[in-house]
Design a protein around this ligand. Structure first.
Ligand SMILES: Cc1cc2nc3c(=O)[nH]c(=O)nc-3n(C[C@H](O)[C@H](O)[C@H](O)COP(=O)(O)OP(=O)(O)OC[C@H]3O[C@@H](n4cnc5c(N)ncnc54)[C@H](O)[C@@H]3O)c2cc1C
Length: 412
């Protein structure tokens, strides 16, 4: 049986690795290299993550086993402690903010008292009409208004009251009142996903990506433009498969198929996403791994101190901004912060973050149900239109590979 995997990002590559010994598998990829949005570009010998700054870890043991036992052994990775900060009202404080009340108290006593009182008095009835309500019920009014709502308005380019809260559940760990109180008396610890993370010892994420692509039949430079179903699936009138699995963005996939009902195309067209504009900077050295910038006065919402992922550490930082921003806008905003020295490169991505707006639930459901009916599996960050990290993409590939092997090999 021949399987065509559409897209050679982390999802498509993992799935191909997991299926290649049981089926004939091709990966069709538009670009000349594997890895999708996780791929880095070499700039002056530095791995520039043109989209984000990809560190790896997982709470899923099967993902860790797959990566370390089948793809890139653990001895090829450095383990790094997350050390993040927030630039909050002109002060650098620890991340996550809810454990940094002592630092806030140093510069604004009343604010620290209000955050604490609101947090401890907040009532979470687990019913949320929108993301704004979710923040207020989880963190109290003051912390929501002063930090979570401005920061999230910035990173989604949309006010949280116009967003669906479903995505935050597994993404943003929320402290209960006991752990918040422990934070106040100094016993807290960072339980965030990626509190510790792995980065390849080569100082380049591409080492992992290339290992993931090793031994696969990847057909590069192949932009998928048409998908036709006859007795087989025919891609671009050229490649024929018994089964296809797509990792292409869910808003685009339906437009490549023939005879799609109008309502499905309409749902696909309502799926919203954000681009992201990054700059790679020579910067001062820091032991921080990320710095968050919630205030609207800063164009950037996050610094990824990529030089701290390297061993030995180096002075390089990636600035991240939602939407399309030119190199001169990035350069100009960076001039306000002496920490950033010299802008080396710049990139604006296509898909970076899906937007969980009011159409999200109905429109993703209608497109996914249709694809299911016609027998196309659509997986991955944009294939499922989700806020997935690399490890969740790999997890989805592991689960789908098990299902396909059970359906087509074990039962035959
Ligand atoms: C800013 C940012 C920071 C991030 N940081 C982290 C992090 O620190 N750690 C982490 O684990 N995850 C991180 N992630 C998430 C991670 O990048 C994704 O989960 C993962 O890379 C998605 O892989 P994918 O294969 O599903 O999608 P993609 O990488 O988008 O792969 C899809 C592939 O399909 C190809 N393609 C698209 N259209 C066509 C077409 N028509 N024809 C042929 N090929 C096509 C693309 O070229 C691409 O290679 C971050 C994401 C962002 C946006």
């Amino acid at each position: 049986m021949r399987i065509g995997i559409l897209g050679g990002g982390i999802t498509g590559l993992s799935l191909a690795q997991l299926l290649k010994d049981k089926f004939e598998v091709d990966v069709l990829e538009e670009k000349l290299v594997p890895g999708g949005i996780a791929r880095t570009k070499n700039v002056n010998g530095i791995a520039y993550h043109v989209v984000g700054g990809h560190c790896f870890n997982s709470k899923h043991q099967d993902v860790l086993d797959f990566v370390f036992n089948q793809i890139l052994p653990k001895e090829n990775w450095n383990k790094i402690n997350r050390n993040s900060s927030i630039l909050f009202k002109g002060n650098e404080i620890g991340y996550p903010i809810e454990y940094s009340l002592k630092e806030i108290f140093q510069f604004d006593k009343q604010l620290a008292i209000n955050i604490t009182a609101d947090f401890l008095n907040s009532i979470d009835d687990q019913k949320y009409d929108n993301l704004e309500e979710w923040f207020i019920k989880k963190f109290g009014l003051t912390l929501s208004n002063e930090y979570f709502i401005p920061y999230n308005t910035k990173i989604w380019n949309k006010h949280p009251k116009n967003m669906d809260p479903s995505w935050v559940k597994d993404t943003l760990p929320t402290p209960d009142k006991v752990s918040f109180f422990e934070g106040l008396i100094g016993n807290s610890k960072d339980n965030m996903p990626h509190a510790e993370f792995y980065y390849p010892k080569s100082n380049n994420q591409n080492t992992f990506i290339d290992a993931l692509a090793n031994g696969l039949n990847i057909i590069y430079n192949t932009k998928i433009e048409t998908i036709i179903k006859s007795d087989k699936w025919i891609i671009n009138n050229q490649y024929k498969y018994d089964l296809i699995i797509s990792t292409l963005p869910l808003n685009i996939l339906p437009t490549l198929l023939k005879n799609i009902p109008e309502n499905i195309l309409n749902s696909a067209s309502k799926l919203k996403y954000n681009r992201v504009s990054n700059g790679l900077w020579e910067s001062e050295m820091t032991n921080k791994t990320w710095t968050y910038l919630p205030e609207k006065e800063n164009l950037f919402h996050r610094y990824i101190h990529i030089g701290s992922f390297f061993d030995p550490q180096k002075g390089y930082t990636i600035t991240e901004t939602i939407g399309d921003h030119t190199i001169s806008e990035i350069s100009k905003d960076g001039e306000n912060d002496p920490f950033l020295k010299n802008l080396l490169d710049h990139n604006t991505s296509e898909h970076a973050y899906v937007v969980f707006d009011e159409n999200y639930k109905d429109c993703t459901e209608s497109v996914k149900n249709y694809l299911n009916e016609i027998g196309i599996n659509s997986i991955g960050r944009f294939g499922e239109w989700q806020y997935y990290n690399m490890d969740v993409c790999i997890k989805q590939s592991i689960d789908l590979s098990k299902k396909l092997i059970a359906d087509y090999i074990v039962k035959q």
